[in-house]
Design a protein around this ligand. Sequence first.
Ligand SMILES: [Zn+2]
Length: 187
Amino acid sequence: MKLAKEFVKFIVKELELKSLPKSIKFEGDDYSAQHLTFGTYNPSTDEIVVVKGQRHPIDVLRTLAHELVHHKQHKNGQELNGEDGSITENEANAMAGELMRKFKTVHPEIFNVGSWGFHTNMEEKIQSILQVAKTGKAQKIDEHYVDGFTAKLLITVAHNLSANNRKKFYNESIGDMVTLAYKLVTQ
Ligand SMILES: [Zn+2]
């Protein structure tokens, strides 16, 4: 991924990183189904994993930026807390957003995708579903409540679908997704 390499260079400069993580690995969609996340930074091994899969490049880069902020936090001696709303999580989210805005001035063409709105909505929806699966806490998504069981079911089913069908699947409303998920697993 040529763009990812350029993006890492850009972040090294922006965040004034004195070191790079030991490795940055890109994984397929199955990783998010298994680990219920789009990315991880492991402070004990200093390794980053980012899910590439069917995601939009902007979403992949945002995750990469988020995990690189964790690398910086760890090198600065900050205790990492992966829980939603923790200081290090909030900081990583805020800085990743800021870095994406700056990168847009360097590569506006990546952001000028006609279907960008669709991708953003889809990504947010999947993020919410992964969050429910991870925490087990039911959450309201697009006027539908999703619980841990439903979220895991949706993820499992989605990862057994072809790329095209998966996009369609995620783009359905949550209510339709659940119906479809049940149908698929009970067939
Ligand atoms: Zn994080």
